[in-house]
Design a protein around this ligand. Structure first.
Ligand code: C2E
Ligand code: C2E
Ligand code: C2E
Length: 91
């Protein structure tokens, strides 16, 4: 099964993100709003983002990508399966 070897999609749960009320989530909320605006994709419950965007966000948050993914999983913004996306991408 080839699909099992692909990295999982980084799919952000927008409902959870909106309701976090975490000051720390503000940069992610701005980043998501920018992508939604660029795509014209405003009404989704989730937003799939690029692998590259995770690298950018890790710089913004000043966290290693794997640490950022763990934080987003803790917040409930990413599925636990997303952890494989950083492992897959590890150099
Ligand atoms: P772009 O990167 O030149 O992509 C042009 C169009 O190609 C996109 O229009 C989309 O229809 C398609 N496309 C590119 N990459 C993918 C992909 O991985 N999956 C899918 N399903 N389609 C893809 P769209 O969506 O209207 O986006 C317009 C522009 O907004 C993009 O131009 C890019 O500059 C920016 N953008 C949109 N979404 C993202 C994102 O998630 N991350 C980043 N970094 N930029 C994004
Ligand atoms: P999937 O990638 O597992 O996405 C499941 C559902 O999550 C999608 O159902 C859609 O309702 C939602 N979703 C995921 N990412 C986004 C997002 O960035 N914005 C919004 N607004 N919703 C999102 P949907 O649309 O019926 O698609 C079903 C399946 O069809 C997707 O499963 C995927 O396998 C495929 N698909 C749909 N659009 C694209 C695409 O642009 N590129 C690729 N490669 N596959 C797509
Ligand atoms: P996806 O649409 O299923 O695309 C999976 C992967 O195929 C992308 O992973 C990217 O490596 C490649 N890919 C797909 N379309 C294009 C394209 O037009 N140009 C290039 N250079 N590569 C492409 P990636 O980048 O990690 O993106 C993950 C998911 O994020 C995409 O899954 C899609 O759901 C979403 N996404 C990323 N960029 C865009 C975009 O510009 N517009 C939209 N609507 N969705 C995007």
């Amino acid at each position: 099964n080839a699909a099992a070897e692909l990295p999982p999609k980084l799919m952000l749960n927008l409902e959870v993100l909106q309701n976090l009320g975490e000051d720390k989530a503000a940069p992610l909320m701005r980043y998501v709003a920018a992508i939604q605006s660029q795509r014209g994709d405003y009404n989704g419950r989730v937003l799939s983002i690029r692998q590259d965007d995770l690298r950018t966000l890790s710089v913004i948050f000043d966290l290693q990508p794997s640490v950022l993914v763990d934080l987003l999983i803790e917040w409930g913004v990413l599925d636990a399966d997303a952890r494989r996306a950083v492992n897959f991408d590890a150099d």
